[in-house]
Design a protein around this ligand. Structure first.
Ligand code: COD
Ligand code: ATP
Length: 220
């Protein structure tokens, strides 16, 4: 059976590998990403890009104010992230609010990701480039990149809720809201070539990451 388009491999030897890294919130994606960067991968962190496009002066902020009103801003003109989170993930969020915000930010994020990738390829044509994309399963049909391999990092929902409460100061309700607005583990697994279980001890998880990186690096 032919591979779905998003799993299509590039011609090896011509391009380095492009990896899609995903996972539910607080599953351990950043931990895996940091390990890959330590091994030599070039990381493109979509959460960081999402933060950059809403900086004052960033292209998304005027559009967000246009769509959600000036209440979306703090007094100093920065995005009020807690307010915004409540209005897109919270129990009284308007239908379609999250999709509207995504529609403003995502095209800008993709443009910047492409620029970063091209810059890296110019100096390291065979680098393993990892796109760290929390919402990859949601955007798989619209994102303007195809991936040689997709990896998802997974941990049980309860573990992730506990991590969000303990390390991010979220309430249980906020943690559950965020999870409810994301694809399911089954949907992420369905697009992935490999699954990293972050419920295993860190050492073991890193061994799995190291093995994957060696495989990709051989093919790059
Ligand atoms: C709503 C916002 C302001 C809330 O900010 P906050 O500081 O609370 O969260 P932060 O941006 O650091 O994201 C933390 C995690 O929340 C989850 N998350 C973020 N945005 C979304 C979304 N639109 N849908 C589902 N989950 C999301 C992801 O797992 C992400 O890793 C912010 O998340 C945002 O601008 N989101 C829209 C852009 C987006 O899609 N970002 C994800 C990367 S592409
Ligand atoms: N194998 C593991 N064993 C124990 N704790 C882990 C493991 N992997 C990750 N963690 C811990 O889980 C927490 C969440 O990890 P991390 O920040 O990497 O998640 P994330 O998926 O990037 O989150 P987000 O979706 O918010 O970006 C961190 O405190 C991290 O140290």
């Amino acid at each position: 059976m032919p591979l779905p388009e998003y799993r299509r491999r590039y011609d090896t030897g011509v391009h380095g590998m492009r990896i899609g890294l995903t996972g539910g919130i607080a599953a351990g994606k950043s931990t895996v990403a940091a390990r890959l960067a330590g091994l030599g991968a070039f990381l493109i962190d979509y959460d960081a890009l999402a933060h950059a496009v809403v900086e004052p002066g960033g292209a998304a902020l005027p559009e967000i104010v246009g769509a959600f009103g000036a209440d979306a801003l703090n007094a100093d003109g920065t995005l009020n992230r807690a307010w915004m989170a409540e209005h897109v993930f919270g129990p009284s969020a308007a239908p379609g609010a999250r999709e509207h915000l995504d529609g403003i930010e995502h095209p800008l994020i993709y443009r910047e990701a492409e620029r970063l990738e091209q810059q890296e390829r110019a100096s390291r044509p065979h680098a393993v480039i990892v796109h760290d994309i929390p919402l990859l399963a949601e955007v798989i049909d619209s994102i303007p990149f195809r991936f040689d391999r997709i990896v998802t990092v997974e941990a049980p929902e309860e573990t992730r809720i506990e991590r969000m409460i303990e390390t991010r100061g979220m309430t249980r309700r906020q943690a559950c809201d965020r999870i409810r607005h994301q694809s399911s583990e089954a949907q992420r697994r369905a697009i992935a070539n490999d699954v990293i279980d972050s419920d295993q001890p860190l050492e073991q998880m890193f061994e799995q990451v190291d093995r994957l990186y060696s495989q990709w690096n051989e093919k790059a």
